[in-house]
Design a protein around this ligand. Structure first.
Ligand code: FAD
Length: 551
């Protein structure tokens, strides 16, 4: 007898599961329930249609119910909301625009309801000028306002992926945009020292930033609304985009007996099984293991949702597929920059009490002598045994492939040693003979094998002046353009001749522009018996980290 499989949610995880199920089981009866009008659309492309980067609205619709039926014989039911699941009798209650309320039985059930935008409770949160962006109707509504010519000012609340993409696309349409972010920096997956690079880019492109200040209220006036922040700032806007984060859309599972985590995410095992027999769950709505820390987490990204959908289908069809963990590899475009990361950041590692070391570098994305070379700002986090814990990069070129390479090594349990051994494609227009990924590996390898000793600017700036010397080994010209307070300047090329100027009883904390000359200086000092440390990332890191967004 053929198996009857119900799927709740018809976009990333749900559609992926449906197609895979059909490819594995030609006889199964597969029903996909979607409460909205569209299935399998490209949520990730929504901000770019608002900004007219993606001109054709239809190109965002990857599959239609008719096409899904034509190719896969999937019974797609749109405007059909699952309102309850009875895991004892194995039925789902459905509220359908066409058929009214009815029940459907299942042999297997796949839950992929995703996560909806979180709108906190504050005065005016239902303002007609406030919106969220999750699906095509949301997009159409925002695009209508943007294209109406009446939109001059927008406030984007939340500086995460969706907030920053919206800010850029609205700015590209000539709108005056202010981002309000409650955290000290935009882009929470990055550490603050990397986010500041994006903040500068946003400001250079005319986006106003209000950081460390959350939304308090929205007051509607005749021709605009006033967003008031916790600190009392008042921002007038004709459009307010609330991009504050998402919450799993699992309210309909409340009485189902399906176990949920503390924030409402569905708890699954490594084969996407819930605690209820024959019920599987995937995507933004599930709780997963963090690949680096092993902690329970939720990572609302398209890659994991698609993979988990496929795995749930495999397991339903008897294949032994597993979903091990999520490492949060992600990337974002911010005007001319790309920002990408994988694994844990410093904040997470500190919060989990995981000891780590870090290497910061600013390598050129391709050979510096080949036209158009730009620098990548890169940070690698690793433990005392060299296991890679995380990586973050920001730059104009080549960020995607470098983070993907590190993500791959991380996924395979690799070490900084492995990064040094990678043989990557090189010709001057594309990379350097020592690729930025190799360079990060070398820096970390030196740090671990004792041929270097890296510290960060926190260490350098909180030094005891009586017991240390802060040494800038750049040229006098570079020194003159800006240096750390209290630093002594001895260029690396004069260091051997001027060692007598340094007190051997003191620790020498030295830095250069990006860390490379600092390493040469470290080697000279160490081999002459000095206790030295090299500030990773050098002055460039200091200058970037100490960028203060304009008020
Ligand atoms: P969804 O794709 O959201 O699908 C869930 C579906 O279930 C929805 O259509 C919903 O209507 C339906 N549903 C919910 N409850 C019910 C119910 N009770 N009954 C019937 N149907 C129900 N990720 C990236 O990795 N990269 C990106 O660049 C990126 N950009 C994004 C940009 C935007 C604007 C948004 C909103 C998301 C973006 N994402 C991105 C996230 C990515 O889209 C999600 O992680 C992914 O879609 C999650 O898949 P899912 O199947 O869990 O949920």
């Amino acid at each position: 007898m053929s198996k009857k499989i119900l799927i709740i949610g018809g976009v990333a995880g749900g559609a992926s599961a449906a197609a895979r199920l059909r490819r594995l089981d030609e006889d199964a009866q597969i029903i996909m329930l979607e409460r909205d009008e569209y299935i399998s659309f490209a949520n990730c492309g929504l901000p770019y249609h608002i900004g007219d980067v993606i001109g054709e609205r239809g190109s965002l619709i990857v599959q239609t119910p008719a096409a899904m039926h034509h190719r896969f014989r999937i019974d797609v039911r749109t405007f059909s909301e699952a309102t309850a699941v009875d895991t004892v009798h194995k039925t789902v209650t459905i509220n359908s625009a066409e058929k009214g309320v009815y029940q459907e039985s299942y042999d297997s059930l796949v839950l992929s309801p995703g996560a909806g935008p979180f709108v906190p409770n504050f005065p005016g949160n239902h303002s007609a000028r406030a919106c969220t962006l999750r699906n095509l109707p949301d997009m159409d509504r925002i695009k209508d306002v943007v294209d109406s010519q009446s939109l001059k000012r927008a406030v984007v609340v939340g500086g995460g992926f969706v907030g920053l993409e919206m800010a850029e696309n609205l700015r590209d349409k000539g709108v005056d945009v202010t981002i309000v972010e409650a955290a000290p920096h935009v882009m929470p997956p990055l550490d603050g020292d990397m986010s500041v690079i994006l903040e500068k880019e946003l400001q250079d492109n005319g986006v106003h930033l209000v950081l460390g200040d959350g939304i308090k209220s929205i007051e509607d006036k005749a021709d605009c609304s006033v967003v008031e922040t916790a600190s009392g700032k008042q921002l007038e806007a004709e459009l307010i985009v609330l991009a504050i984060g998402v919450r799993p859309a699992t309210a309909f599972l409340k009485d189902s007996g399906i176990a949920l985590g503390p924030k409402g995410h569905i708890i699954v095992d490594d084969q996407m099984r819930t605690n209820a027999p024959d019920v599987y769950a995937v995507g933004d709505a599930v709780q997963v293991k963090d690949f680096v820390t092993g902690a329970e987490t939720a990572v609302p990204l398209a890659g994991p949702a698609n993979k988990q959908g496929r795995i749930a289908a495999d397991v339903i069809c008897g294949l032994d597929s597993h979903y091990k963990a999520t490492q949060g590899t992600s990337i974002l475009k911010v005007f001319s920059l790309a920002a990408a990361c994988t694994g844990a950041n410093e904040r997470t590692l500190k919060a989990k009490g995981i000891a780590y070391r870090k290497a910061v570098a600013h390598p050129f994305a391709h050979a510096s002598y080949y036209p158009g070379a730009t620098q990548i700002d890169a940070k690698l986090l690793y433990d005392g045994q060299g296991r890679i814990l995380g990586c973050q990069m920001v730059g104009k070129e080549g960020v995607d492939k470098r983070v993907d390479v590190v993500a791959t090594v991380l996924r395979l349990g690799g070490t900084v040693e492995d990064l040094t051994e990678l043989e990557l494609a090189y010709a001057p227009p594309f990379s350097a003979a020592k690729d930025p990924v190799n360079m990060l590996g070398y820096i970390a390898q030196n740090d671990l094998n004792g041929t270097s000793h890296l510290v960060d600017w926190d260490y350098a700036l909180n030094r005891d002046p009586a017991a240390t010397i802060l040494l800038d080994v750049r040229t006098p010209r570079e020194f003159g353009l800006g240096h750390a307070e209290g630093a002594l300047n001895i260029p690396v090329d004069e260091l051997r001749e001027r060692l007598s100027e340094l007190d051997p009883a003191k620790e020498i904390i030295e830095y250069c522009q990006v860390g490379l000359r600092g390493h040469v200086a470290y080697r000279i000092l160490a081999q002459h018996g000095f206790r030295a440390v090299n500030v990773t990332g050098g002055w460039k890191t200091y200058a970037q980290t100490h960028f203060t967004p304009k008020a």
